[in-house]
Design a protein around this ligand. Structure first.
Ligand SMILES: [Zn+2]
Length: 155
């Protein structure tokens, strides 16, 4: 079964990068220890945290993971390795803002919503069912892949 996560408030960049590679990661920039514990417990999410006090709580003992590093690059590497995540398998399949899985959308239906040049040069469009943001394969994605490969030391 696919692992699902909730990241503590300190791990915003890690959460973003995990969403880029398609992981289901809840993240709130302001959330209390009680709230994060309750949410994780009831949803079966694994708490990603730098906070040992949070891990020591009885309610979290079975579903928390200690992130060892300060820098998001090291954090991402640690998590990908620990949970055997294939970083390329689900790349760019999740909304970076809402954490929702993106849906494929017909090209014709985005005609009025994207710049003309994008419409004529791209064929694959996806949309977020929650915020309706449109995603397409843009040049910056190549840079993201490059960064990702560098972080994870992939060839
Ligand atoms: Zn969204």
């Amino acid at each position: 079964m696919e692992k699902i996560f909730i990241a503590d408030a300190m791990l915003g960049r890690l959460a973003k990068w995990m969403r880029i590679i398609g992981c289901d990661v809840e993240y709130f920039s302001e959330i209390s220890d009680n709230e994060i514990s309750e949410r994780a417990f009831h949803s079966g999410r694994i708490i990603l945290t730098r906070d040992t006090m949070l891990i020591r709580r009885k309610i979290n003992r079975k579903n928390s993971f200690f992130v060892k590093y300060d820098h998001y690059q090291d954090q991402l590497k640690q998590v990908v390795k620990a949970f055997s995540i294939d970083p390329m398998e689900n790349l760019f399949t999740r909304c970076l803002l809402c954490n929702k899985k993106l849906l494929t959308i017909d090209k014709i239906s985005v005609a009025d919503s994207v710049p003309e040049y994008v419409y004529y040069t791209k064929d694959n469009f996806k949309t977020c069912p929650s915020c309706n943001r449109l995603y397409w394969k843009a040049t910056h994605k190549n840079n993201v892949v490059k960064q990702l490969k560098k972080i994870l030391e992939l060839k």
